[in-house]
Design a binder for this molecule. Structure first.
Ligand SMILES: [Zn+2]
Ligand SMILES: [Zn+2]
Length: 372
């Protein structure tokens, strides 16, 4: 048993707890190890004590000065903050007056922006609802939405027809003074919303197509393609407007102003090119899904359904067109296709089934405002 005891000693010596042993011959030596450990601990603690004492001496001796300095620094930054707050408090009424003046100056722009946003929110929600209702969707509501979106867009372009804002839809420059930043923001913002409305109109049109011409499953892929196309197109549309604004010389009417403008324009184009390549992979994947219409599983047999007690674990009802996934889990075809609009994995075992989330198959339109 000696080698065993030696082993124990070495473990205890290394700081690990002594493992229990039924061998009585081992006990005394194990006790001795404990005593040794205690001594060792004592000696290390005394060493640490002396170290900490010397450290505290060092702190007391060499680092005495920085403490008041940092206090002073903290105090000065605090007083600066207090000054800033006082200034804000004093000038708040003037700032409010200025804000109201700015609001008045851009009242038409701001109210139009709110109008566009509410139109978008209303149309988006209605389209998603109608897509969800499938065969029960109201043709009347879809026609109304189509007319509403077309009417809003035409009314906007008619009201501001002198600015020819519709030019920017096809990469041309509207007849607006480009020296003003707000004008650029106005053109880009309006064009972005109108493009959203246009593609929402296409979605309404697809909703109106009878199901014997285009089945619901196919419509989902069309919504997805339209939304991705819309996002991709909206990425390019502001380029000519921003480029012209950035290249303009401004007040620096010299070679320096001209060079700086060109440099800014080029930087903008490079950034745009980078984001274009970033999105390209995603867009190609969407195109592949649209044309190949991948299947996530195979139709399940009666035996495979009975293995899952004939109950779909998503809708908790009897299977409708059951589909067996590669992970051997069965779901209704409709339930699982709705699930894959948001997820890539099996809802039960989390096996990755799809390599892409079919995010826009529900007819939704992205809220993202493409400003740049
Ligand atoms: Zn189901
Ligand atoms: Zn599974």
């Amino acid at each position: 048993m000696q080698p065993n005891c030696g082993h124990l000693h070495s473990i205890a010596g290394s700081g690990a707890p002594c493992p229990p042993s039924g061998d009585s011959s081992c006990q005394p030596s194990a006790g001795a190890v404990h005593i040794q450990l205690g001594e060792a601990r004592e000696s290390t603690s005394s060493r640490q004590g002396s170290q900490s004492r010397s450290h505290s001496h060092g702190e007391a001796g060499g680092l005495e000065d920085p403490a008041p300095d940092s206090e002073e620094h903290g105090g000065s930054s605090l007083s600066e903050l207090r000054h800033l707050l006082q200034w804000l408090h004093k000038s708040l009424p003037y700032l409010l007056i200025l804000c109201v003046k700015l609001l008045m100056q851009h009242l038409s722009g701001i109210s139009l922006g709110i109008g566009l946003l509410t139109t978008y929110a209303y149309a988006n929600k209605s389209i998603v609802n109608q897509v969800f209702l499938r065969e029960r969707c109201s043709k009347l509501q879809c026609t109304w939405l189509l007319l509403y979106l077309t009417g809003s867009s035409l009314l906007l372009y008619y009201t501001f027809h002198s600015q020819s804002l519709y030019y920017s839809l096809i990469f041309l420059n509207p007849t607006v003074d480009f020296m003003n930043f707000w004008e650029v923001l106005w053109i880009v913002g309006v064009t972005d919303f109108i493009l959203k409305f246009l593609f929402m109109g296409f979605k309404c049109f697809i909703l109106l197509v009878p199901s014997f011409v285009m089945p619901f499953k196919s419509k989902g892929y069309w919504y997805m393609l339209l939304e991705e196309l819309c996002q991709y197109y909206r990425m390019f549309v502001p380029i000519p407007v921003w480029f012209r604004f950035l290249v303009a010389r401004g007040e620096l009417d010299s070679v320096l102003g001209w060079t700086l403008g060109i440099l800014l324009g080029l930087l903008y184009l490079i950034l745009k090119l980078l984001s274009f390549f970033g999105q390209l992979r995603n867009f190609r994947q969407v195109l592949r899904i649209f044309f190949t219409r991948p299947h996530y599983g195979v139709p399940a047999s009666k035996r495979q359904c009975s293995e899952s007690d004939d109950i779909c674990s998503i809708c908790q009802a009897e299977f409708q067109k059951p589909i067996l996934l590669i992970c051997q889990h069965t779901f209704c075809e409709e339930c699982i296709s709705l699930w894959f609009n948001r997820e890539k994995t099996c809802p039960l075992c989390r096996t990755v089934i799809s390599d892409h989330i079919n995010k826009w198959k529900d007819g939704a339109t992205s809220m993202h405002l493409q400003i740049f």
